[in-house]
Design a protein. Structure first.
Length: 296
């Protein structure tokens, strides 16, 4: 099992180009399964694993209180692992081929309304130390719907002020072009001309957003910066970087943008991931109807 897992993770990295986080998560799921197989079933080879053995393991994890979403990740890891082995001829039959994916309740993403986003942005004072940088970051998160990792890794050579376009690398090392709004472009231009040159050190790379010591900002530090300004804004909502991505998509949809275009800007591989925002918009419409219609 161990050798088969190593081969599979190498395949995910080299042939599929999947992210390091995905590789680590998949390896952890498979190694925990392999450890249980060896201990509880005395099974150490993939070719003798059967569907009942897999379902026994999943039932054990469910009884142990593991959430449905986490079990689904394990099921996906097991299914693609055995599909890989079967395709390579390492096993005669795929024991996980008919294994169903557990149903997971989908929660609607939290969002800010447009007035609250404006309030948050205005709370980032450019007169404070590094305020010009922080304002540019928050503006860009909302203007382009970036993931926090995409913001941290955004590079100077991939940003065009004239075209107002930023090329980012998202999940699975897939690149996409995202538009940058006028206000975000203005904030970025101010940061790049006024503040970034002062942050550049010998250790600095070409990432757009740098720390005080010179290297790029980490995702953890960006999270802290957003939380700090959210606290200063006085908003009661729990504000975090991904909330601005949710708000970006919801506001686009609410103002008439096509769902396929939103999917492309967010970098979603599947339209069903983007469709959750239609439910958010429907909830908003229902709330407005209940509030203002005399017979609601």
């Amino acid at each position: 099992m161990e050798a088969a897992i190593d081969d599979f993770i190498l395949y995910l990295a080299t042939e599929r180009g999947l992210s390091e986080n995905y590789q680590l998560s998949t390896r952890r799921s498979l190694e925990e399964f392999a450890e249980w197989l060896s201990r509880a079933k005395q099974v150490v080879e993939p070719r003798v694993v059967t569907l009942p053995v897999i379902t026994d393991y999943l039932a054990l994890r469910k009884r142990g209180g593991l959430a449905a979403a986490s079990i689904k990740l394990i099921v996906v890891a097991i299914k693609i692992f055995f599909r890989f082995l079967h395709a390579r001829g390492s096993i005669e039959n795929d024991p996980a081929e008919v294994l169903p994916l557990p149903r997971v309740e989908r929660f609607l993403p939290e969002t800010l309304n447009e007035a609250d986003v404006e309030r948050l942005l205005n709370s980032v004072s450019t007169n404070q130390p590094l305020g010009v940088r922080d304002r540019a970051m928050v503006e860009l998160l909302y203007a382009s719907g970036l993931r926090i990792s995409e913001l941290a890794n955004a590079r100077l050579e991939n940003f065009s002020v004239e075209d107002r376009i930023l090329r980012v690398t998202g999940k699975g090392n897939k690149t996409r072009l995202v538009p940058v709004g006028r206000k975000a472009c203005e904030a970025l231009a101010s940061y790049l001309s006024m503040e970034r040159p002062k942050l550049v050190k010998r250790r600095s790379g070409s990432e757009i957003f740098l720390s005080e010591r010179g290297p790029k900002l980490t995702t953890a530090r960006i999270w802290q910066i957003v939380k700090k300004h959210a606290k200063h804004s006085g908003l009661e909502a729990n504000i975090y970087p991904h909330l601005l991505r949710h708000s970006f998509a919801t506001h686009l949809l609410g103002n008439g943008a096509d769902l396929r275009i939103i999917q492309e800007m967010l970098g979603h591989a599947d339209i069903s991931t983007t469709q959750v925002y239609t439910h958010v918009d429907q909830q908003r419409l229902k709330a407005v109807h209940r509030q203002f219609h005399p017979r609601a």
